[in-house]
Design a binder for this molecule. Structure first.
Ligand code: BGC
Length: 331
């Protein structure tokens, strides 16, 4: 009798495996970033860590530089592949709205990270509160310049919401310091490092009285620092940057960058997987109920920022170690 039961059990197991009952389909999600950069490697690490822990099949992609058609093509491909969920960082929110709407209409759950597209129909945004972070950068700049000086703003995009919000926050924070002048226009490099260095060099030549750079994206601060170093103006021109890649950390240590607004992008990748997996597995509404709401009823997970300077560099690096974010920096 026992022998028959065992045979029956093995037969049932084989049947289930063949028909797919015993092995539920693995959840497939895509995480889309904006440009190839060490900043995005950390988002990818967060994604891969959560995917491993939760047994999710996660795909990561970033175009080489800012590239809206490439982002749309990637989203279309993922819709065609019938992914279960997508987390996207749109370089141009208006341009991606239709394709995100299409994905949602096809039953693919979509959320945004790093930079938002609130009119796309996405279910939630996970990332920095960029306006507030821009204000923090502006306050730091005012403090460094002691309320007086000329500042150039460098960014990788003038369509992405995170860039526009950071610039707005920065300008608003400086509005109370009439002694600080902002050089117009903003220098835009489309997330291209070589172009960013070139623009910073030109700004130094055109504005011999320049006192500071505000680097809006991850490569902007280090690019401006390279231009400042080449011009022999280290210590004379101040830099407030966004992000904390190895390059930033070494430049803070060497006094090339005064302060960096560190984003916690590891969690943008990590939480993208957790939230999408829960929405897909436990249900969209059940998951949404648990997520934080703004006063307008929007669903936003604010991952927070850290202001990093020479004074707290060692402690900041300890925090990166605790999160499992790899770096080459030794304080
Ligand atoms: C921004 C990203 C950008 C990255 C690299 C970060 O500060 O949040 O949107 O792609 O810099 O440029």
């Amino acid at each position: 009798m026992k022998k028959y039961l065992v045979i029956l059990f093995v037969f049932a197991l084989v049947l289930c495996t063949v028909s797919g009952i015993a092995q539920p389909k693995k959840i497939r999600i895509g995480v889309l970033g904006k440009s190839v950069h060490p900043y995005w490697d950390v988002v990818r690490l967060g994604m891969a860590t959560a995917a491993k822990e939760l047994d999710v099949d996660a795909t990561f992609y970033v175009p080489p530089t800012e590239d809206v058609p490439n982002q749309i093509k990637t989203l279309e491909t993922w819709i065609g592949m019938k992914f279960d969920g997508i987390s996207f960082a749109p370089s141009d929110p208006n341009a991606v709205n239709p394709v995100i709407k299409k994905a949602m209409a096809n039953g693919i759950l979509c959320i945004s990270q790093d930079t938002d597209a609130p009119k796309s129909g996405r279910l939630c945004y996970i990332g920095t509160s960029n306006y507030e972070a821009g204000k923090i950068a502006g306050k730091k700049m005012t403090e460094i310049l002691k309320g007086k000086g000329k500042v150039a703003i460098c960014t990788g995009s003038i369509t992405a919401m995170n860039s526009l919000e950071r610039i707005k926050g920065f300008r608003d924070a400086l509005a109370g310091s009439p002694g600080i002048k902002i050089v117009d226009p903003v220098l835009v490099d489309n997330e291209n490092t070589a172009k960013a260095i070139e623009l910073a060099q030109t700004a130094l030549v055109k504005n011999p009285d320049l006192n500071a750079f505000f680097g809006v994206y991850a490569f902007n601060g280090p690019s401006a620092a390279k231009a400042v170093k080449a011009a022999g103006k280290v210590g004379k021109i101040h830099i407030v940057a966004f992000d904390t890649t190895d390059e930033h950390l070494f430049m803070i240590k060497d006094g090339l960058i005064d302060a960096a607004i560190g984003q916690r992008q590891y969690f943008m990748g990590y939480l993208s997987v957790v939230v999408l997996r829960d929405m897909i597995q436990a249900g969209k509404e059940a998951t949404m109920m648990l997520l934080p709401k703004t006063k307008d009823g929007d669903t936003i997970i604010d991952t927070g920022v850290d202001v990093v300077t020479k004074a707290n560099l060692a402690n900041y690096v300890k925090m990166l170690d605790n999160w499992g974010v790899k770096h080459q920096f030794k304080p």
